[in-house]
Write a protein that binds this ligand. Structure first.
Ligand SMILES: [Zn+2]
Length: 463
């Protein structure tokens, strides 16, 4: 039986701004410092304290996110008070752009085939530990973006790839704190009644997919057993890998939304939106498809477009060097070397012109792949003149046939057992002789040329 499924997400991410301050005060946001150190009367909700006007950088970041997701931007943004009484919210209400009278920052977008209902800005509550009762206000008032999708996902398996691509796209504009991760509410409803069940605060890609899978199959069982699925709010228990009932679904009225009288309406003009749009980068998917048109294979194009720094490096290099070769080297070799050395591309001093020089030499077979890999490993440590180094260290590929033939003959003489094995039908024995020549040349011979030369020599030795 295949059931019709509707699944939507409400994704929360921390907004990262250059000044890294909270939404309504100048306390540092997203710090890893001791509890209750980045606080002031505003973000701890002291009586009589008015919020400062909303952080302009945060508004700019949310507008950029909404534009990246194809949303229409509203011209008047209104903060509302969402009332609830909970220890993590000292004012008794959360200031949010969602709710009954809301004009979210962006609406009616679409990203990779999934509708984006709205994108808005809100403040984070404090961190409350229900076991000890301790409250840490460092997080209180940090700017959060909420991205609400339409219930367009038809299965749990679609979620992971979509979320991965969403985070990748938003990483281009560096508006989201990726290290802080995302949290999501997951809404699931199935035919025939489509009663909406909301799973709150699921906090990793894996858990989001698991929670959706679990909830879909739970609801299918209910329907098969002839029971109604009740509209409700659930929580995801990571340890037990199951959803658990929290409460019957509250309606918007339960929160008594009112526009916040302390915060003026924020006007967003056309010129502001145009200016933001002009500064937005090309999206990763657009980049990947452009790279594929250059002949780059899909896996390379996907990886290269996943990080803006890597994409920019590729684009500069591919203007000088064959794009397919450049893509292969950046994705496979450069990333391998970076991963191995636990380095980030954004954090190292890599000179584009040296990478170009290196790959030009590879392209023209002036150096072998083995030598180029060794140089690349050195280049991520510090920039240096690659051409000069190759000359100085005599690393140019051996292109002279006489030298190569002499070395191959030597290797054949030195490895009689391998020669005998090869003649006896063991093809792999040839690689052993090739390896011996490579060692003699310190990797400066091209393995395919050596292999060809050895085969020729061995054949000429045939009785
Ligand atoms: Zn504060």
């Amino acid at each position: 039986m295949t059931t019709e499924i509707k699944c939507g997400l409400e994704i929360h991410g921390y907004i990262k701004t250059p000044a890294n301050v909270k939404l309504f005060c100048n306390c540092l946001a997203h710090s890893s410092e001791a509890p209750n150190t980045n606080i002031c009367p505003v973000c701890t909700g002291q009586p009589g304290c008015k919020p400062m006007p909303a952080n302009e950088e945060a508004i700019r970041a949310v507008c950029s996110i909404a534009l990246m997701l194809g949303c229409r931007i509203n011209h008047s943004l209104i903060f509302q008070r969402k009332h609830y009484d909970w220890p993590d919210m000292p004012t008794g209400y959360q200031r949010t752009m969602s709710g009954s009278f809301s004009a979210p920052v962006g609406e009616n977008g679409s990203f990779l085939g999934i509708g984006i209902r709205e994108v808005h800005l809100e403040e984070d509550p404090a961190r409350w530990d229900p076991k000890t009762g301790a409250v840490d206000y460092n997080r209180s008032g940090c700017p959060l973006v909420e991205i609400v999708t339409e219930p367009d996902f038809k299965s749990a398996s679609e979620l992971r790839e979509w979320l991965k691509r969403l985070v990748r796209t938003l990483s281009y504009i560096k508006a989201i704190d990726e290290e802080a991760g995302i949290k999501s509410d997951v809404n699931i409803s199935i035919a025939p009644r489509f009663s909406r069940v909301e799973i709150k605060n699921v906090n990793s890609f894996t858990s989001i997919v698991q929670a959706a899978e679990y909830e879909i199959s739970r609801q299918e069982q209910e329907v098969r057993a002839g029971r109604h699925v009740e509209q409700s709010t659930m929580r995801w228990n990571d340890d037990k890998a199951r959803t658990e009932f929290m409460r019957s679904k509250e309606t918007a009225q339960d929160y008594m939304f009112i526009p916040d009288p302390d915060l003026p309406v924020i006007s967003i003009g056309d010129a502001y939106i145009k200016d933001l749009e002009a500064g937005l980068p090309e999206k990763p998917d657009q980049k990947a498809s452009r790279y594929r048109k250059l002949g780059v294979d899909k896996a390379d194009a996907d990886v290269l477009s996943s990080e803006i720094e890597l994409a920019s490096l590729f684009e500069v290099i591919a203007e000088q060097v064959n794009p397919v070769l450049a893509a292969r080297w950046l994705r496979r070799e450069l990333l391998r070397v970076l991963n191995y050395n636990k380095k980030e591309l954004a954090a190292i001093k890599l000179e584009e012109k040296q990478i170009i020089a290196l790959l030009e030499m590879v392209e023209k077979h002036e150096i072998t792949d083995a030598v180029a890999k060794r140089i690349l490993e050195m280049l991520i440590e510090k920039p240096f003149d690659v051409r000069g180094y190759v000359k100085e260290q005599r690393l140019a590929a051996i292109s002279d046939d006489d030298t190569l033939r002499r070395l191959c003959k030597e290797a054949i003489q030195e490895n009689p057992q391998a020669v005998a094995d090869f003649k006896g039908g063991n093809e792999k024995a040839l690689n052993f002789i090739v390896g011996s020549v490579m060692k003699k040349t310190k990797g400066k011979a091209r393995p395919d040329a050596v292999k060809r030369m050895i085969s020729l020599e061995l054949n000429s030795l045939e009785p």
